[in-house]
Write a protein that binds this ligand. Structure first.
Ligand SMILES: Nc1nc2c(c(=O)[nH]1)N[C@H]1C(S)=C(S)[C@@H](COP(=O)(O)O)O[C@H]1N2
Ligand SMILES: [Mo]
Length: 387
C-alpha cells in the first residue's frame, strides 16, 4: 500500500462527505462507474446463461446487467449450500473451539458480539463460477462484520502439535469413501498460519444486518482473499488437528486437476482450491444520448487495472472507479465505446495486477490444461447486438 492508497483509505474511513468533496475537486481522476446514470439504458447480452440446473445448491444468481452498486445488497447476493440449509436458534447455539488446545472454549453469540468488532469489505466468489455455462455470476461484494479469529485461537492456546484448523458447519450430508458411508458435516480447513491471518473474521453481520440465514446465521467464517468455499457458514466447531484434514471439500470436491508441461514432460497435478485468482468480467453495456460505454468488475488479487477488447481488436485500458475501494473488494471500471456500430459484437476483458500478472486467456495453458471446473479465472467474452 503506498501513501496515496493510505490517504484514500483514511478518507474513506472518515466517510462519504470527504469523498464527495474530493470527487468534486478531482472529478476526472475519480470518475465513477456506478451507479447507473439518469437516462442510461442497459443493452442486454445476447449470450444469456441457461437456467440454473443445480437443484437448490446454487441460488439467487443475479444477471450481470443488474450490477449497479459496489456493494451487493443481501437479497441480491448469490448463495451456495452443498447440504441442508440449517435454521439455527441463536439462543441454543454455541461455537466450540476444541482439539489440540490448552484451553477449549464454548462461546455464545453474545460473547462473540461482546468481543472487539472489525469490518471488512470482501468480494466473495465461488471457485466454480464460470466453470459451467449457467454459472457465471456466483460473486458478490459485502461489508462483513464480526470479531477477529486470531485472538480467540491465541486465547485457546494452540498446542505445539496443532497445525491444522478445521472449520465445521452445522449442515451435514452422507458421504461415501472407499465404500464406507458416513454422515459428515460441511467442513474446510486451513493451516494454523493461514487461520491466524488477522483479516479472518468470525462474522455475524452482512451489510449492516444480522448475517442472513442463507448466508450462515448466526456466524460464518470470513476469510478475505480466499475463494467462497473457505468461508464456512453456520459455524458450529473449530477443531485444531495435528494431521491434515482430508474432507470432501478439501480433498475430493473443490480440487483442481491440471496437466502441466514441464521441460517437455507431462505432469498431472491435483490441488485444493484456496486463494482467489485474478479475474474480471464485462458486466454491462449502456447507452445514454447515443453514447455507449462498457462497465465491468475486476477482482482476485491486487488488481491494478482492467483492459477491454472489442471484436478481437486492441486491448484498451478501462478507467478504474476510484470512488470506492477496499483491499479485498472488486474494483469497478468503465470504458467509453465511441466506435460502437450496429451489429453483433464480442467484448472480452482482462485484469492486470500490481506485479503485471495478466488474467489468463482461455487458451492459456493454465486454463486450457485444467480438467476440473473450479478456479476458472480465464478471460470472459460476452456477446452483444446493437441495433
Ligand atoms: N456450511 C457451509 N458453508 C459453506 C458452504 C456450504 O455448503 N456449507 N458453501 C461454500 C461455498 S462453495 C461458497 S461459494 C460460499 C457461498 O457463500 P454465500 O452462500 O454466502 O454466497 O459458502 C461456502 N460456505
Ligand atoms: Mo463455492
Amino acid at each position: 500500500m503506498d501513501a496515496r492508497d493510505r490517504m484514500r483509505r483514511e478518507l474513506m474511513q472518515r466517510g462519504g462527505a470527504a469523498i464527495a468533496g474530493l470527487a468534486l475537486l478531482h472529478a476526472p481522476l475519480l470518475s465513477r462507474a456506478f451507479p447507473t446514470r439518469p437516462g442510461e439504458e442497459v443493452i442486454p447480452w445476447l449470450d444469456q446463461p441457461p437456467p440454473n440446473p443445480s437443484g437448490g445448491v446454487v441460488e439467487n444468481l443475479p444477471r450481470w446487467e443488474e450490477l449497479d452498486s459496489w456493494l451487493t445488497p443481501n437479497d441480491k447476493f448469490f448463495r451456495v449450500a452443498h447440504y441442508n440449509k440449517p435454521v439455527i436458534d441463536e439462543k441454543a447455539w454455541t461455537l466450540e473451539i476444541t482439539g489440540r488446545v490448552r484451553q477449549p472454549k464454548v462461546l455464545t453469540l453474545a460473547a462473540l458480539r461482546a468481543r472487539p468488532r472489525k469490518e471488512v469489505i470482501f468480494t466473495l466468489e465461488c471457485s466454480g463460477n464460470h466453470g459451467f455455462p449457467w454459472f457465471t455470476s456466483g460473486i458478490g461484494n459485502a461489508r462483513w462484520a464480526g470479531t477477529p479469529l486470531a485472538p480467540l485461537l491465541k486465547e485457546a492456546g494452540v498446542l505445539p502439535q496443532g497445525t491444522e484448523v478445521v472449520f465445521v458447519g452445522s449442515d451435514s450430508g452422507e458421504e461415501e469413501v472407499r465404500q464406507i458411508k458416513m454422515p459428515q458435516h460441511f467442513a474446510r480447513s486451513m493451516s494454523l498460519a493461514d487461520a491466524m491471518n488477522p483479516n479472518n473474521l468470525l462474522c455475524y453481520e452482512m451489510n449492516g444486518a444480522a448475517l442472513p440465514q442463507p448466508h450462515g446465521f448466526p456466524v460464518r467464517l470470513i476469510a478475505p482473499g480466499w475463494y467462497g468455499i473457505a468461508n464456512v457458514k453456520w459455524l458450529r466447531r473449530i477443531e485444531i488437528w495435528d494431521t491434515r484434514f482430508m474432507g470432501r471439500f478439501m480433498g475430493r470436491d473443490y480440487v483442481t486437476i491440471r496437466e502441466e508441461q514441464r521441460n517437455g514432460e507431462s505432469v498431472w497435478t491435483e490441488s485444493s482450491v484456496g486463494r482467489g485468482l485474478l479475474k474480471s468480467v464485462p458486466a454491462k453495456v449502456t447507452r445514454r444520448n447515443g453514447q455507449y460505454r462498457v462497465v465491468g468488475a475486476a477482482w482476485g488479487g491486487r488488481v491494478a487495472r482492467a483492459e477491454v477488447q472489442i471484436d478481437g481488436g486492441p486491448w484498451v485500458a478501462a478507467t478504474m472507479d476510484r470512488s470506492e475501494q477496499a483491499e479485498f473488494a472488486w474494483k469497478l471500471w468503465s470504458m467509453p465505446w465511441p466506435t460502437a456500430t450496429p451489429g453483433d459484437h464480442a467484448i472480452t476483458t482482462r485484469a492486470i495486477d500490481i506485479n503485471g500478472n495478466v488474467q489468463p486467456a482461455m487458451d492459456d495453458s493454465r486454463i486450457a490444461r485444467k480438467r476440473t471446473y473450479w478456479e476458472s479465472n480465464g478471460q470472459v467474452t460476452r456477446q452483444l447486438r446493437l441495433t
